[in-house]
Design a protein around this ligand. Structure first.
Ligand code: S3P
Length: 185
């Protein structure tokens, strides 16, 4: 065993515990989050997966059986629990950062990264699967455009903004890591 090898430096989060990815459905939060966590040797958590685990049913079923308000209440509980626990990379559902309490907790305890994607990218990526209840209620292009209009000004308050859809996932991970590193100095 080599006892002389240098210790891996801690993830560059400026002392904050968690890196939170925000953005609309199809922005790449989970795919990029998984790779970013690996790159930084951190645990990866997907809030939608945690919600499904906590509820024991799919997000589609939560919306259908209990409604969106109940989904948002569970989402808030789950995300507030995760933030402030062990350091991790957390991919949040697209509506999470719109919640005042969640956003305040992220601002206080985490570094937020907005994956800013154009409508065409979101449409292309979300059309591959049909598990997102908000997109099953009408014309996805119209729904996503409305969400862009409402949410992008709020997402824009994230600590870091990275364009999504123009680069490979690996390149995006490096861009986020660089931006995090830049904040440390
Ligand atoms: C939602 C986004 C979804 C999921 C739920 C609601 C939203 O997550 O949380 O369907 O309000 O934008 P993804 O952004 O991971 O698809």
């Amino acid at each position: 065993m080599d006892n002389q090898s240098p210790k891996k430096s801690p993830a560059p989060t400026g002392g904050k515990s968690t890196i939170v990815l925000v953005g609309l459905m199809g922005a790449g939060k989970s795919a990029i989050g998984r790779r970013l966590a690996k790159h930084l040797s951190l645990k990866f958590i997907d809030s939608d997966e945690e919600i499904e685990k906590a509820a024991g049913i799919s997000i589609g079923d939560i919306f259908e059986i209990y409604g969106e308000d109940e989904f948002r209440a569970v989402e808030r509980r789950v995300i507030l629990r995760i933030i402030g626990q062990n350091q991790c990379v957390l991919a949040t559902g697209g509506g999470a950062f719109m919640d005042d309490e969640i956003r305040d907790a992220i601002k206080a305890n985490a570094v937020s990264v907005w994956l800013n994607a154009e409508l065409d990218t979101l449409l292309e990526r979300t059309s591959r699967r049909d598990h997102r209840p908000l997109l099953n209620t009408g014309e996805p292009a119209e729904i996503l455009q409305k969400l862009i209009d409402i949410r992008y000004p709020v997402y824009a308050t994230a600590d870091i903004t990275i364009k999504s859809g123009e680069h490979t996932l690996d390149k995006m991970v490096l861009k986020i890591a660089d931006a995090l590193e830049g904040r440390k100095n």
